[in-house]
Design a protein around this ligand. Structure first.
Ligand code: 5RP
Length: 218
């Protein structure tokens, strides 16, 4: 199985969590794009979808799927999204697609987070994937200096402006021994909008596409 077949298998398995009458939060990325294809084919009679990015919103609409504003929905039953890394406690690094802030908002508004990945995303320890941090352009250099003080080595992601008009610093070298504390500490730096550690709001269900099909972990 190649990586895309694994992503597709995990994405299709997530359909089992989508029930008629639900409002479904939809993440961002290539694995989620397979999920959107599966949603479009299945046509479950949901009440609508909340998108975690402009790209996802456009993709949902292009399939004729009903996109709702999170400000109108209240909390939602389910959120389905991929990850760049996920550990055995279902803590993640996300934001490879620069959508981390809206992703964390929709994930936090959801009662259940279903994470869909191929098996290359499973790790024993988070931190090999550079941690994306969304930063106000005004604060870019200041935040970079604070990240260096935390032991990190930040690099500006070139040519990227987020859906919120901000920049992304990708950071290597941070200590992930305590991801909840690291997530909190980075978010306390003035000028940081959010960072890609999803430790406070972890996944609840993990669907992993691999050579032997999809493994479900809860
Ligand atoms: C986007 C994300 C994605 O979930 C993450 O980058 C995984 O992407 P893909 O499914 O393309 O591997 O966090 O901001």
């Amino acid at each position: 199985m190649d990586i895309n077949q694994k992503k597709k298998a995990a994405a299709e398995a997530a359909l089992a969590y989508v029930k008629p009458g639900m409002i479904v939060g939809v993440g961002t990325g290539s694995t989620v794009n397979f999920f959107i294809e599966a949603l479009a084919a299945a046509r479950v009679q949901v009440d609508g979808y909340v998108a975690s990015s402009i790209a996802t919103e456009q993709r949902l609409r292009s399939q004729g799927l009903n996109v709702l504003d999170l400000n109108q929905t209240g909390d939602i039953p389910i959120y389905v999204d991929g990850a760049d890394e996920i550990d055995i406690y279902f803590r993640m690094i996300k934001g490879g697609g620069a959508a981390l802030t809206r992703e964390k908002i929709v994930a936090s508004a959801a009662r259940q987070f279903v994470c869909i990945v191929d098996d290359s995303k499973e790790v024993n320890m988070l931190g090999k994937f550079p941690l994306p941090v969304e930063v106000l352009p005004f604060a870019r250099s200041f935040v970079a200096r604070q990240l260096v003080k935390l032991g990190g080595n930040p690099t500006l992601r070139q040519g990227v402006s987020t859906d919120n008009g901000n920049v992304i610093l990708d950071v290597v070298g941070l200590d992930f021994t305590n991801p909840v504390e690291l997530e909190r500490e980075i978010n306390n730096i003035p000028g940081v909008l959010d960072n890609g550690v999803f430790a406070k709001r972890r996944a609840d269900v993990l669907l992993v596409g691999g050579n032997d099909g999809v493994q479900t972990h809860k």
